[in-house]
Write a new protein. Structure first.
Length: 100
């Protein structure tokens, strides 16, 4: 005979759930992605820029630039390097589109 476990009360579950401060005003996925990107780059001062980029830029570009930054060592300004790499990726895409 299988012994059934008692159900957990909803109040107990909610007590364990903590809403983090940074997620308080985030309602869309791209906002969370942009915030996490700013946090990873150590550039929370410009988090609105990264949120805008997450909304308007193809995710593949952002991920490629992000992985480039992860591999970089001894970088003073990770945000500037990220923006440079993103610019280079967009420029190479535009050049490819012109060839076609």
């Amino acid at each position: 005979m299988v012994k059934q476990q008692a159900f957990t009360k909803i109040g107990d579950l909610l007590k364990d759930y903590k809403e983090s401060d940074e997620d308080k005003y985030i309602s869309r996925e791209f906002q969370k992605y942009g915030y996490n990107l700013a946090e990873e780059l150590g550039d929370l001062k410009h988090k609105s820029l990264y949120i805008k980029l997450a909304k308007e830029t193809p995710r593949g570009f952002l991920e490629t630039a992000r992985s480039y930054i992860k591999d970089a060592k001894d970088v003073e300004n990770r945000g500037a390097l990220f923006m440079w790499k993103l610019k280079e990726l967009k420029k190479s895409r535009n050049e490819e589109m012109k060839k076609k």
